[in-house]
Design a protein around this ligand. Structure first.
Ligand SMILES: Nc1ncnc2c1ncn2[C@@H]1O[C@H](COP(=O)(O)OP(=O)(O)OP(=O)(O)O)[C@@H](O)[C@H]1O
Ligand SMILES: [Mg+2]
Length: 315
């Protein structure tokens, strides 16, 4: 078997009494593009931090090309490029000065640094704004600059922690196009996001984490196959259901995922006909009324709901 570019081996990370990452293991092969999905607090950023060497695991290890990374100064860390979830930029400096600073931390100097900066700015479409202060940038432009910082030393593996979070759809698309280009250039990508459509477009494989553990590691096709024949039901009820009603839904066999948002309840059901009958029975018992009902085949979002009991995005 080919030695993977990166291997996470039984990673555990605790913060006080809280275990953020609890035995996470997976591999990334060269050129692969893998989505890392999970609800808020699932342990995605902690996992990325461990892979990037920003955090030290309590157990387990990270291997690059078959051997463990040896601390902060291991030169092989240059193969990694990290785009952190929180913007890491100096607001009072220009875009170019930021890139000069971060590039020099990667050991780039002189003409090589200059060339790397121009290429990175070109890719993210900020070449004409290089002389502007970062504080004058829009949120989307800051995100693009944040991405370009990770590209300067031309890393083989990109660890992208929600690189499109909190920006308008147009900027999100622009950033996403950049990442697709990087993929086409053969970069290996680990991509954290709350947007399932991004994963569908970019990723060959998806790792779903919940409560610090991997609950699925599969191809998109494999994940969809899991829910083949599964249906989804969304009910709008006359009032928000009591916890006891939700529990009654969960206890019915054939109902695999239940999520509530005020008066709307979304469920995945093994069989629509049987599931619908069971659900309506419980609604009648609760004294609530159905105001609207939608049904259909389960999507990838529903796979997520099914595995984690929560939807991908809050609110
Ligand atoms: N530095 C820290 N100190 C204490 N607890 C932490 C720290 N970093 C993370 N945690 C906790 O670890 C858990 C996982 O957090 P993490 O940031 O990895 O989640 P996430 O999956 O990236 O979530 P999000 O989608 O909101 O970014 C959370 O319960 C969080 O509160
Ligand atoms: Mg995070």
């Amino acid at each position: 078997m080919v030695t993977p570019l990166l291997k996470a081996h039984h990673l555990v990370k605790r913060f006080g009494s809280r275990t953020a990452v609890e035995g996470v293991s997976f591999t990334l092969q060269r050129g692969e593009s893998v989505g890392l999905l999970g609800p808020n607090g699932a342990g995605k950023s902690t996992t990325i931090g461990l892979l990037a060497g920003l955090l030290v695991p309590d157990e387990g290890e990270v291997q690059l090309e078959g051997s463990p990374i040896a601390g902060e100064t291991d030169p092989r860390k240059r193969k990694l490029g990290l785009v952190p979830q929180e913007l890491a930029l100096y607001e009072e400096l220009t875009a170019r000065r930021n890139l000069e600073f971060f590039g020099s931390l990667q050991g780039l100097i002189g003409a090589k640094l200059h060339r790397a900066i121009n290429e990175a700015l070109q890719l993210v479409g900020l070449a004409d704004r290089a002389g502007d202060l970062v504080k004058q940038f829009s949120g989307g432009m800051k995100r693009r600059l944040n991405l370009s910082v990770a590209l300067l030393h031309d890393p083989e593996l990109l660890l992208l922690d929600e690189p499109t979070v909190g920006v308008d759809p147009q900027s999100r698309n622009a950033i996403f196009d950049n990442i697709e280009q990087l993929r086409q250039r053969g970069k290996t990508i680990l991509y954290t996001t709350h947007y399932m459509e991004e994963v569908e477009r970019l990723c060959d494989r998806v790792i779903i984490v919940d409560h610090g553990r991997i609950v699925a590691d599969d191809t998109l096709v494999g994940l969809k196959r899991r829910l083949a024949g599964t249906g989804r039901l969304t009910l709008d009820l006359s009032a928000a259901p009591e916890e006891s009603t939700l529990q009654a839904f969960r206890n019915r066999s054939g109902i695999t995922g239940v999520e509530v948002r005020e008066t709307r309840v979304t469920m995945t059901v093994e069989d629509l006909t049987v599931g619908l009958a069971a659900v309506l029975e419980e609604v009648n018992r609760s004294g609530l009324r159905v105001r609207a009902l939608e049904s259909g085949q389960a999507s990838l979002e529903d796979v997520f709901l099914d595995l984690t009991g929560r939807s991908l995005r809050d609110g």
